[in-house]
Design a protein around this ligand. Structure first.
Ligand code: MG
Length: 385
């Protein structure tokens, strides 16, 4: 896989001063084990891996020992005692960074273990034009105002976004905004503090993988997950003249193409179902119903990326994929390298972990008569922690 280009330098603050007792138990959730190590260690390690330096961890006065134990052995961490509110805690972290005066700082929740690289790229790029940038996601459910258990009105979800962390800022701007913050009103996050000082906050694409771990069921003991799981997928689409032929994410020149609601990429559909099958997440129709007009003509690569994201969120990494295409024509061989590269890219795998094979059915059956193309795939996933 290509190594991503280096990010511009940035400092980071991980806010871990909350009590986090909603998950149950006496230990704040950020210090409890999640997928094999303390929850906070996931987010701190991800930031260090991305190049955060220096990195400040803000902890409650009585949680210093918990935090140091949870983060033992990690280099370059600075522990700062937080305040009574989240604003006070972040302010303490910012003041601690004042001496090193970084150009950019990321402020992150301890309870968001995964940190997709594309989000970091988007945040830091946006700081070229704005003093602040935050990852956001669309609201997919419709919204209702509630009043005494009765619907009191509707909200327009199109103009609303769900806000995640890390939130990225030019250091001098967020420090100034926090110093100017009167505390008269309560801010939910640092973007609100920055906006209150009349500075602009860019919205960049967030990622479901940045999900905050909140409730007890998120703390399912990873030792109960099996080491390996396997999934298989099978799909068929009809061939017709006048259609584009997409196979394995590659547009293949041919006198016929596959018919379907999406781009009908039978290869990616079989792999997607195999991934979903391995982690028990239903099938492609569960997640992307053909009845939903938003998937009309959709590139199937996004289905596969979504499935791989679900597998990761369930604590698994993809080990390998083996795909067989079943058709008389076109010849798959000449397109195999491009398909292999594209499937590897979509699944964030090395090409060595992607096998693409093809067979005919000796002119027997619907594939033999050239009426359609079938695909079957097997995927192995391994536990990541
Ligand atoms: Mg299909």
């Amino acid at each position: 896989m290509a190594t991503p280009s280096p990010l511009p330098p940035f400092a980071a603050i991980v806010v871990a001063a909350g009590k986090g007792l909603r998950v149950g138990g006496d230990t704040p959730k950020q210090f409890r084990d999640w997928r094999g190590k303390p929850l906070i260690r996931h987010s701190v390690e991800a930031l260090l891996e991305a190049g955060a330096s220096p990195l400040v961890v803000v902890v409650a006065p009585d949680a210093r020992d918990h935090a140091q134990a949870a983060l033992r052995g990690l280099a370059e961490l600075q522990f700062v005692v937080g305040g009574a509110t989240r604003q006070n805690s972040v302010r303490a972290g910012l003041e601690a960074l004042d001496e090193s005066a970084p150009a950019h700082v990321l402020i992150h929740d301890a309870a968001r273990p995964d940190l997709p690289r594309a989000v970091l790229d988007g945040l830091l790029a946006a700081l070229e034009h704005h003093p602040g940038a935050i990852p956001v996601l669309p609201v997919v459910d419709s919204l209702a105002f509630a009043c005494d258990g009765v619907m009191a009105g509707k909200a327009e979800r199109e103009v609303l976004r769900r806000v995640q962390t890390p939130q990225a800022f030019r250091f001098i701007d967020i420090l100034a905004a926090h110093r100017a913050w009167t505390g008269a009103t309560n801010a939910g996050d640092d973007a609100q503090v920055l906006m209150d000082s009349n500075r602009s906050v860019a919205l960049v694409d967030g990622d479901e993988r940045l999900k905050k771990i909140t409730f007890a069921e998120d703390f399912m003991d990873s030792s109960t997950l099996p080491e390996f799981r396997i999934g298989q997928g099978y799909d068929v689409h009809r061939l017709e003249a006048g259609e584009e032929l997409w196979l394995g994410g590659v547009l293949i020149p041919h006198n016929m193409g596959l018919v379907g609601h999406s781009d009908a990429d039978v290869a990616l559909h079989a792999i997607t179902d195999a991934v979903l099958g391995a982690v028990g997440e239903g099938d492609i129709g569960t997640h992307f119903p053909p009845s939903d007009p938003q998937w009309r003509g959709a590139r199937s690569g996004q289905f596969l990326e979504h499935a791989v994201g679900l597998a990761r969120a369930a604590g698994y990494a993809i080990a390998n994929v083996d795909l067989t295409l079943i058709c008389e024509a076109p010849k798959i061989g000449p397109h195999r390298p491009a398909m292999r590269a594209e499937v590897a890219r979509l699944m964030a795998l090395d090409e060595g972990a992607v096998s693409i094979k093809a067979t005919t059915t000796e002119k027997l059956g619907f594939t033999g008569r050239g009426e359609g193309i079938a695909a079957q795939a097997v995927v192995l996933v391994t536990r990541t922690a």
